[in-house]
Design a protein around this ligand. Structure first.
Ligand code: SF4
Ligand code: SF4
Length: 466
């Protein structure tokens, strides 16, 4: 059995200006009876205001898990919980404020967040929210991915694969087996846009190395002090600049090139050119436009090894602003099904990025047909960044971030991935799937709201043709 992949989380708080969902306040009518100290298992209530053990200190909102028990049990009704004003303003319709708070917590301790009030949100919504995974194996007594009784592999393989092997008459293998690269989690980092400080850039690279995954970086962002981790860097270069970046290509394992029309016709030649410099894998990065599935199929037929489909930051199609733009779930399904139809799905690796905002989006994207995902904004949110969608996308970094050490930032990213990895294990364990690569395209193990809605009510509400 291969060595179990484990992410070592370490509690790493950032003493910066966070946003919390609720603010707890203790009113003047508190009689300092101390009952709330006993009922809150998270120790949000403590004595010692101004050093006086007879008086209750201000509640610690940071540790509160919103179970409301202290509110209910206070004999004087002295505790009040209200929605924080900042909480109501952050995020937007896709990056909901709850998501940002969840990501901050995950980056803090690497744990799966617990909310004492249970799940109160809707049970369906657009995109990934209209999809539920089949957890029918959750009751199996041997299920225990996280705690180690069963081994669940979250690793995935990147590269071109053969769909069959050929042998000569004597049984000798004729097929040339392509090189592939294994990474232990189905997540790579995509360099987030924006003016990031050198400390954050180095920390992102070091986190990728620590997790044994990779980060896509343009050559200008590859600083001298990250060269040590060069095997974890995927340089993103223009297909016209392959010669210029020969030295870089010689030192890495994968290279990414941005799709341009001329790439399609010259792909085999481009890949050969890169392979002559160094035997690396080539990723072609394509925008998730309306016709992306056709383009991906053409690239796959031309011999593409890895194709990275990039949607916008809310997981929507790019290149238009219409209201009929597809969301991540439908884009990935369309790409996957087109490749299946063209009988080339198993030969090519598909990475999807854009709108991968929560741990659950990783297995959901894979069930829809991606081999793995790439993330960018969650890496910044892990550092306490606030994202606003309206009136336009804005990312605000917390004041004082420049003084935070590389190590602290790195630990927070590692923690975030630790929490996501734990949740991936939970989902896979509950689905009875032991290898992440087997999640790919397993739509039979998921329920899609549109489909059951149509099956159940379609006939009743379908408009009659006049
Ligand atoms: S339970 Fe209510 S009255 Fe008692 S210490 Fe807590 S807030 Fe004050
Ligand atoms: S709401 Fe629950 S978790 Fe929060 S302070 Fe009160 S008892 Fe503690």
């Amino acid at each position: 059995m291969p060595k179990k992949y484990h992410i070592h989380a370490k509690v790493t708080p950032l003493n910066l200006d966070y946003v919390y969902k609720f603010k707890i306040e203790r009113g003047e009518n508190c009689i300092n009876c101390g009952k709330c100290t006993k009922v809150c298992i998270y120790e949000a209530h403590k004595r010692g205001k101004g050093g006086d053990p007879r008086k209750m200190a201000d509640p610690n909102t940071v540790v509160c898990r919103n179970c409301f028990r202290c509110i209910q049990e206070c004999p004087r009704g002295a505790l009040e919980k209200s929605l924080d004003k900042d909480y109501l303003n952050i995020g937007g319709s896709y990056w909901k404020s709850d998501m940002l708070i969840t990501l901050w917590k995950q980056a803090e301790d690497g744990k799966v967040p617990v909310t004492g009030a249970g799940y109160r949100g809707p049970f369906t919504g657009p995109g990934f929210d209209s999809m539920w995974t089949d957890m029918s194996e959750i009751v199996r007594p041997t299920r225990d991915g996280i705690h180690g009784r069963e081994y669940i592999s979250t690793s995935v393989e990147l590269g071109r694969k053969l769909n069959h092997l050929s042998f000569d008459e004597c049984g000798n293998l004729l097929s040339k087996i392509h090189d592939t690269i294994d990474i232990p989690i189905p997540i790579i980092f995509d360099f987030p846009e924006g003016n990031l400080s050198p400390t954050v850039k180095v920390a992102l690279v070091r986190a990728a190395a620590e997790l044994n995954t990779c980060i896509v970086l343009s050559p200008d962002h590859i600083a001298a002090d990250t060269k040590k981790y060069i095997k974890n860097i995927i340089p993103l270069i223009s297909h016209k600049e392959i010669d210029k970046h020969q030295a870089l290509i010689k030192s890495v394992r994968m290279v990414a090139i941005d799709y341009k029309d001329e790439v399609l016709n010259s792909l085999p030649a481009l890949q050969n050119k890169i392979k002559k410099i160094n035997n690396v894998l080539t990723i072609v990065r394509v925008p998730a436009t309306k016709s992306v599935e056709g383009l991906v199929a053409q690239l796959a037929q031309s011999g593409a090894e890895i194709i990275h489909v990039v949607a916008d930051y809310c997981g929507m199609e790019t290149g238009s602003t219409g209201t009929d733009r597809r969301l991540a779930k439908d884009i990935i399904r369309a790409v996957h099904l087109k490749l299946v139809e063209d009988r080339i799905r198993d030969e090519v690796t598909i990475i999807f990025s854009g709108g991968i905002a929560m741990a659950e989006h990783v297995p959901k994207a894979m069930i829809c047909g991606a081999d793995l995902t790439a993330i960018d904004l969650p890496l910044l949110i892990a550092l306490g960044a606030r994202l606003y969608e309206e009136p336009e996308k804005i990312i605000l970094f917390p004041e004082g971030l420049e003084k935070i050490s590389v190590r602290t930032i790195m630990h927070r990213i590692v923690n975030l991935m630790g929490a996501w990895h734990s949740q991936l294990l939970e989902v896979m364990g509950a689905m009875g799937i032991r290898e992440a690569r087997r999640l790919r395209g397993e739509t039979g193990r998921a329920i899609f709201f549109e489909e059951i809605d149509n099956d159940t009510f379609g006939k009743l509400f379908k408009k009659e043709k006049l």
